[in-house]
Design a protein around this ligand. Structure first.
Ligand SMILES: NC(=O)c1ccc[n+]([C@@H]2O[C@H](COP(=O)([O-])OP(=O)(O)OC[C@H]3O[C@@H](n4cnc5c(N)ncnc54)[C@H](OP(=O)(O)O)[C@@H]3O)[C@@H](O)[C@H]2O)c1
Length: 184
C-alpha cells in the first residue's frame, strides 16, 4: 500500500517506520507539505491545533482515506464549526475518515513486536475506513477496537488527557488491551 504520513515526528515517523518494515511504501511530509495524490491511505499526525494549516499545505487529498491521529488537550479546540479535528478532516477531503492511533504512546512502538498479545488501538470513524484501520493496526502491532462512528472522534481526541493522567499517576507510559473474557 502507498501511505502518506503528514507529520513525521513521534507518531508519523514512528508509524512510518513500522509500516515500512511491514512492506508498505511510505512518503513522509512535514510542515512544508507536499502531494498525497498517489496515496492509498493518509495518516495525519501533526499537533492537534495545526490541522487546518497542515491540510492547506498538502495537495491531492480529495477523496482519500485519512486516519487522523491528532489529540486535543489543555483546552485546545477543533477548527471553528466542527466537533472534532476528524470531522473537519472529513469535511475537507470527503473520503473515508477515522480517528485512529491517537490513544497510544509512540515511545512504545519499538516494543510492540515483543508483546505477548497485541495491545488495543482505539479508533472511531466511518464504516468504509474499518478495513484500513484494522489492517494498518495489525501492521503496526496493534489490534483495532472500535469506539464508535465519526461522531465519537471528539471523545477520543480528549482521551489524551486521561492517558497522560494514568501514566503520571504511577504506571508510566503503557499499552492496554480491551478484550472479551474469552480473548484473554
Ligand atoms: N507522541 C505520542 O505518543 C502521541 C500519541 C498519540 C497521538 N499523538 C498526537 O499525534 C500528533 C503528533 O504528535 P507527535 O508527538 O508525533 O508530534 P511531533 O513529534 O512534534 O511531530 C509533529 C509533526 O507535525 C509537523 N507540523 C508541526 N506543525 C505543523 C504545521 N503547522 N503544519 C504542518 N505540519 C506541522 C512537524 O513538521 P516538521 O517535521 O516539518 O517539523 C512534525 O513532523 C499530535 O496531535 C499528538 O497529540 C501523539
Amino acid at each position: 500500500m502507498n501511505i502518506t504520513v503528514i507529520g513525521r515526528g513521534n507518531i508519523g515517523g514512528g508509524l512510518a517506520d513500522l509500516w515500512g518494515r511491514a512492506g508498505h511504501q511510505v512518503t513522509r511530509l512535514g510542515r512544508d507539505g507536499g502531494d498525497a495524490g498517489a496515496a492509498d491511505a493518509v495518516l495525519l499526525a501533526v499537533p492537534g491545533t495545526a490541522v487546518e494549516s497542515a491540510l492547506s499545505s498538502v495537495v491531492g487529498l480529495e477523496g482519500k482515506a485519512v486516519l487522523d491521529a491528532t489529540n486535543l488537550y489543555g483546552g485546545a479546540q477543533p477548527p471553528a464549526g466542527f466537533a472534532s479535528n476528524a470531522e473537519y478532516v472529513k469535511a475537507m477531503t470527503g473520503g473515508p475518515t477515522a480517528k485512529a492511533f491517537s490513544a497510544n504512546f509512540a515511545s512504545l512502538f519499538g516494543q510492540l513486536a515483543d508483546a505477548r498479545v497485541r495491545p488495543s488501538n482505539l479508533w472511531a470513524g466511518d464504516d468504509q475506513a474499518e478495513g484500513l484501520v484494522k489492517q494498518l493496526s495489525l501492521d503496526a502491532g496493534y489490534e483495532a477496537v472500535r469506539l464508535g462512528d465519526l461522531g465519537m472522534a471528539g471523545t477520543q481526541e480528549g482521551l489524551a488527557g486521561v492517558l497522560f493522567s494514568i501514566a503520571q499517576s504511577g504506571l508510566g507510559q503503557f499499552v492496554y488491551r480491551m478484550a472479551t473474557p474469552e480473548q484473554l
